[in-house]
Write a protein that binds this ligand. Structure first.
Ligand SMILES: C[S@@+](CC[C@H](N)C(=O)[O-])C[C@H]1O[C@@H](n2cnc3c(N)ncnc32)[C@H](O)[C@@H]1O
Length: 457
């Protein structure tokens, strides 16, 4: 498996921000990176929350560098741990795991970033001092110098170790093999690359052609997405404020696979739509962009995430009824008026979007899958009575595991006599026993699953 060495490939940040040469930090950026990595690996924070907690300790100019380093360490964590195990005589003690995180960041910088090797070692030593780990000065120096010296042989032996080569937890590799015996290697490869920077043009305000022209005039290269009429895939990531008309709502950032939902549900003018797990509102907004006079009730259990729905809709000049609520307990928020269509974009293992959220490799546990399957089943059965006869429910996940997808739907259809699958015929994804599955990387897309279910009398 090819091991990417270009920094622009290990994160999805604009490449012009990736140089670390000009960084002079309040706290050495590698010290901040080590703390962020520690927060995910040992405190169970997700990467976004860890950035929120720690980034401010280092200078603004270093933030892109730190993010690139942390994304990369998450992406290759099992492989970096393997390298480290070959470079130290005995495991680092539990109470010194921050030093281990710094060493992983150091190895990542040497092997996958473009920093001159001598600087990787000396900066990691300085970062150790910033973290008040003076005792570890010799250790950091020795381990990273060995990492430099032994790079070729270590990369070679990593190829013979499946966990290190694939850079995924073993239980996930086992599940991918079980469900996708032919495709699992491509899935793993795709998960280890950063996803493309994809836009959804607001077709209520402009056309895709016009928007593409305005991108081109700004020197931003993009191509139309094959499966979404509103989608444009950019050659490289850019800051949102560099996107023409972003503030005025001409465009949003959304993967092409996620853009398929609104057209599949196909809301019609005057209809009442329920978006049952709506935050941060990407699909809610797209549904509203598809036509006039669409009434959406957007529910999510998370109040802070619902705030993002409001912000997104405000920017796009759209509106919906936004309510905090539990999709497993609609009696608490439902007004007893049935819906014409329901989107259930269910909480899931997110195994289809590991390339965008590599912290999943550290945070997700095997036992989570069974809990998620139960939650999804409960949501399906509790929301079904809210749909009118003749109405349509779109079930989607960003998972590639059958338990959460076609097996879940199989169970649902078995339990509900009035549920009939509406076959999705499309040029994307794989037809499953029920619904269609996109695997990560296919046509540039995230891994996604969709099924349409029609409600009979
Ligand atoms: C996959 S995300 C939804 C993404 C969203 N549809 C979009 O396109 O932007 C799943 C959402 O389900 C929400 N969620 C989790 N459990 C829930 C529950 N019991 N009831 C309602 N929402 C829930 C999470 O807060 C999360 O925002």
């Amino acid at each position: 498996m090819a091991i990417p060495i270009c920094l622009a490939m290990v994160n999805n940040l604009p490449s012009h921000r990736l140089s670390c040469e000009k960084i002079s930090a309040m706290l050495n950026p590698r010290a901040t990176a080590a703390q962020i990595i520690y927060s995910v690996a040992h405190d169970g924070l997700n990467l976004d929350d860890a950035f929120e907690r720690h980034l401010k300790q280092s200078e603004q100019a270093s933030h892109s560098f730190i993010k690139a380093m942390c994304f990369g360490v998450m992406r290759f964590y099992p492989r970096l741990l393997f390298f480290l195990s070959k470079l130290i005589d005995k495991p680092i003690r539990n109470k010194e795991k921050l030093v281990e995180c710094l060493l992983l960041a150091g190895i990542f910088e040497i092997y996958y970033m473009q920093t001159p090797s001598h600087a990787c070692v000396s900066e990691a030593v300085k970062a150790g001092l910033d973290l008040k780990k003076n005792w570890a000065k010799g250790l950091i120096n020795a381990v990273l110098r060995s990492a430099l010296r032994e790079q070729d042989s270590l990369q070679q032996i990593a190829k013979d170790n499946e966990g290190a080569r694939a850079a995924h937890p073993k239980w996930l590799i086992r599940l991918f093999k079980k469900h996708w015996p032919t495709e699992y290697k491509a899935i793993i490869e795709a998960n280890n690359q950063a996803g493309p920077f994809t836009l959804r043009v607001n077709l209520q305000k402009t056309t895709r052609e016009n928007y593409l022209a305005s991108l081109t005039s700004k020197g931003i290269k993009a191509t139309p997405c094959p499966h979404s009429a509103a989608g444009l895939q950019c050659e490289t990531a850019v800051e949102v404020n560099e996107l023409p008309g972003f503030v005025g709502g001409l465009v949003s950032i959304q993967d092409q696979a996620a853009q398929l939902a609104a057209n599949l549900l196909a809301p019609q003018s005057g209809e009442r739509i329920l978006d049952a797990c709506a935050a941060p509102g990407g699909k809610t907004a797209h549904l509203l962009e598809l036509g006039e006079n669409i009434n959406i009730t957007a529910i999510d259990i998370s109040e802070p995430r619902l705030q993002k729905v409001s912000e997104n809709l405000d920017r796009l000049g759209l509106s919906a009824e936004i309510k905090q609520g539990d999709a497993q307990d609609p009696e608490k928020w439902w007004d007893q008026n049935k819906f014409d269509r329901i989107l259930l974009d269910a909480p899931c293992s997110a195994t289809g979007v590991i390339r965008r959220h590599p912290d999943i490799k550290l945070l997700r546990l095997p036992e989570d899958i069974e809990n998620l399957v139960q939650t999804q089943a409960q949501m399906l059965s509790r929301l079904w009575p809210l749909l009118k006869t003749g109405g349509m429910l779109l079930y989607s996940t960003c998972s590639i595991l059958a338990e959460e997808n076609d097996q879940q739907i199989q169970q649902f259809i078995q339990n509900n006599q009035n549920a009939r699958e509406q076959i999705i015929s499309a040029e994307w994804g794989h037809a499953r026993q029920h619904g269609r599955q996109i695997l990560p990387g296919e046509d540039g897309m995230d891994g996604f699953y969709y099924t349409l279910i029609y409600k009979e009398a």
